[in-house]
Design a protein around this ligand. Structure first.
Ligand SMILES: [Zn+2]
Length: 306
């Protein structure tokens, strides 16, 4: 899933292509927006708010300024192509959800997870719940810390993934920041030795990656060595050589995956059967229902990792 840095970069790309230009035509392939017409409006700016994208359009014909809100969720993306070309964004026409055409550039939203059109004055109804944005101009570390520690017994990994706590973190940055901080994702936030250090790490990681394609947390750009634990279950930890493991975190059915190194990240860890784990994607697909059933045996062990 695209995280804050990817969404920030998408907003920059859309902004460069669209800002200041008039929409010649628009095609929103979304049930609630099928009749919406943005043509004649000028794009003012495109910004990100955590993992949300806000395309702001000027007022027109006495109607207020509008914001086209989108979220990439799992598979979404925006392409920019020269108007009149039949670029990459159109190749899978069935996945196209939005097309905004300006005289020079056309933006094509593909497999978007959310699409809304609201008066700009009402944006807060869509993004007002978000915590401080790690890549936003008004990043507020003190407020992020307050929200992070609000429920002391909450697992760290679960809290970091909650966009109401801070905006922009997904499973990649959650896992990598917990690794770099040397804490288990299952640590209750009230027992976190240094919340400020963790927030600083996250802020630094997202800023370091926002201007480049690819996510690097090790400082090593070589393939397979770019990050420490995320999507590396079953492989040796780049720091200690122990086996990286993965387990669900957060309450089902909204649980997510947390990758971690039990040796480098002491603290509470899920109980499991201790079997060697294959790298994610290397194992045969489980039978329907098997994965959910096995999770029933996954609890949290308070006396340290195995
Ligand atoms: Zn390790």
């Amino acid at each position: 899933m695209p995280e804050g840095d990817v969404v920030w970069r998408t907003a920059q790309r859309l902004h460069r292509a669209l800002a200041g230009r008039e929409v010649l035509s628009c095609d929103l392939r979304w049930p609630s927006l099928a009749t919406a017409d943005l043509s004649g409006r000028r794009v003012l700016e495109v910004v990100s708010a955590g993992k949300h994208l806000l395309t702001r359009l000027g007022a027109a014909d006495g109607e207020p300024a509008l914001t086209l809100h989108s979220h990439l969720r799992m598979e979404g993306s925006w392409y920019v192509e020269r108007t009149g070309s039949n670029g990459r964004g159109r190749r899978s026409a069935s996945g196209v959800r939005a097309v905004l055409t300006t005289p020079e550039w056309t933006a094509v939203g593909h497999e978007l997870g959310m699409l809304d059109l609201v008066p700009t004055a009402a944006e807060a109804g869509l993004v007002g719940h978000l915590g401080p944005d790690l890549l936003g101009p008004g990043w507020d570390a003190a407020e992020a810390r307050r929200r992070l520690l609000a429920v002391p017994q909450r697992h760290l990994g679960e809290a970091l993934l909650d966009q109401r706590v801070l905006a922009g973190v997904g499973t990649f940055y959650m896992a990598e920041a917990c690794f770099l901080a040397g804490v288990s994702p299952w640590t209750p936030v009230g027992e976190l030795p240094s919340p400020d250090r963790l927030l600083t790490l996250l802020h630094r990681l997202l800023h370091a990656n926002k201007d480049r394609t690819g996510q690097v947390t090790t400082g090593d750009l070589r393939r397979g060595r770019q990050n420490f634990v995320h999507a590396r279950s079953g492989l040796p930890c780049l720091r200690c050589g122990g086996t990286v493991r993965v387990a669900p975190i957060g309450p089902a059915p909204r649980d997510r995956t947390a990758f971690y190194c039990p040796r480098c990240q002491p603290g509470p860890a899920p109980t499991d059967d201790g079997r060697p784990q294959q790298p994610l994607g290397a194992a045969p697909r489980p039978r329907p229902g098997a994965a959910r059933a096995s999770r029933r045996h996954t609890g949290v062990m308070r006396d340290g990792p195995r």
